[in-house]
Design a protein. Structure first.
Length: 145
């Protein structure tokens, strides 16, 4: 089943370009690296795809559920909390991951890393009362998905 792309127009255009070029266009955007994340909708059970800025921590990929500083968590984050197995595309490479919310010192270290990549995260944190989640995506062995 083909995933439904983000309903946000500029994100949908980014995804389209990324997919059509196997990430040659879109993997690097705004001076940072981006990935495509496909989750299963927590209510619909259908695949949903979005583009996110990411960092790396060893073999792990790190993303931030900032939602631009909105008071609500992004849908992709809620989907991952309901079903932590997802698919990512990094450049041309596609693979399964399992997601976990970072906590404690690990979260603070990863937040600092991600805010260094994208300083707006610190501004978003000041805009909202919610704790913006930092999510770690661990690649799964090929036979796990």
């Amino acid at each position: 089943m083909n995933p439904t792309d983000s309903p946000i127009d500029w994100v949908a255009r980014h995804i389209k370009e990324y997919v059509e070029t196997d990430g040659r266009k879109g993997h690097r955007r705004w001076g940072v690296t981006t990935l495509l994340l496909t989750t299963l909708g927590r209510r619909s059970g259908r695949p949903r795809r979005t583009a996110l800025i990411y960092g790396t921590d060893g073999d792990r990929l790190v993303v931030v559920g900032s939602n631009g500083g909105a008071d609500a968590h992004p849908a992709w984050y809620l989907n991952l909390m309901a079903d932590p197995v997802a698919e990512v595309q990094v450049g041309a490479e596609k693979f399964a991951v399992t997601a976990a919310k970072a906590s404690g010192e690990d979260r603070e270290r990863l937040w600092a890393m991600m805010a260094a990549l994208w300083p707006d995260y610190d501004r978003y944190r000041k805009q909202t009362v919610r704790a913006i989640p930092v999510v770690v995506l661990d690649p799964l062995p090929r036979q796990s998905r």
